[in-house]
Design a protein around this ligand. Sequence first.
Ligand SMILES: [Ca+2]
Length: 509
Amino acid sequence: MKYAIPIMILACVAHSLTVQAEPDRTRPNIILIMVDDMGYSDIGCYGGEVNTPNINQLAASGLRFKQFYNTAKCHTTRAELLTGNYAYSIGDNNLEHGATFAEVLRAVGYRTIIAGKWHQQPLPTTRGFDRYYGLADGCCNFFNPGLMARDGEGPPGRKGKTRVRRWAIEDKVIMGYTNPDRNFYTTDAFTSYAIDRLEEYRGEDKPFLLYLPYTAPHYPLHAWPDDIAKYRGKYRIGWDAIRKQRFERMKELGIIGPNHVLSTRAARAWDTLTEEQQDAEDLKMAVYAAMIDRVDQNLGRLFSKVKELDEWDNTLILFLTDNGACPEQPNTTPEIPPGPVESYRTVSVEWANASNTPYRKFKSTDYEGGTRTPFIAHWPGVIESGMTDQVGHIIDISATFRDITGATYPKTVNGKKTKPPVGKSLLPVFHGEQRQPHREIFWHFNKANAVRQGNLKAVRQAKAAWELYDLKADPSEVNNLAKTLPEKTSELAAKWEAWRKECQKRPQN
Ligand SMILES: [Ca+2]
């Protein structure tokens, strides 16, 4: 017994050293920016030709992740990002067994603001956010999310005649929101709301959390004419040339390495199109680029505000996309070209393929073209500029916030027990250290399934046979190893099935 006390003391000291590391600073402000359905290589700092100087500047003085993942779909990404747990583990549409990072951070004194796309039930104001403005639904018309035509305009383009989009201002739902101001455009409006809130809370003795999930560049293709004009004609070289150009630029930047190859083109060769078709395709991609350009312009406005408030040096900024570029084709106004409020158009499959250069496939699949996201972390004085190959996932973001602030994950939220979160803090990576990686990372959306263990990844679509890729030797997923390594393939498939069963277990209240 005489050694019991010293051993206990040693154990306590060891515990405090490993678990209760001091946070870097006293609770920085946090801005989490997410774009919607944007491909891996659209922005300049990841190899794209779209003009994104503000995001590029963030990347130049921040950390770029080369292997960071989302869930390949809008609402599941939001569920996992917000709660730090897998979507089907906590309730993918209502987060009923998870705590949002707003709930977590508000409990340690944060002012919590969201402007943009929520895509969950119920509203953010019931899930830890003090203030909300935006689209509670999945997508909408950028100029007029409602049903009513405004003076001088035709009826707003919509996905379907019966489709009414859920909008909200604070805790009030508005089914079909029409703003009479002809200068209304969602990307601008979300940013203005965010800037106004930062101004409103200027001088408040609280750090802020600003979650800014933009709806751009998700369809419909809507942009201001001046922004479209900057890109009109630039895409006449076609998707084959754009893919090659991006691939070379990504190699030059170091975003991809010597083992990357350009995956096979998704569909039509550009030179099989008529001149008229090529012109129509050029317009589609010009509008898409203009939408991303507009996000960047708005981030310039936001960053100026943060600097004016003298908060820039104490603000962690994260930027990512919620899933890969989208091949869906709900073109409900084929007779109206993309751009204006009356249209409802999408990019072609081939452009989505180019957006995901060099990776295969798209949104809603668990191939790298669906799940790999550009991810930039910027925090003056803490994060040094550079790039990292360390693998991360959006479930890690909530864990990172808790690690930085010392906040804890509540055991219950709104009377429901939470499941313990599975994300791991990115703070060691921010510090330039090698972190202990996840043993496995899992994906599941609808018919898309995948698991990554080290560099090996098993993936399948629509219950087809599992495929196996070595992402170190073959990051573009062109060489299926399932027949060469059948035992490993089966082992990973079994892990995925076991994980799926674990997700279905819900805590009993
Ligand atoms: Ca999306």
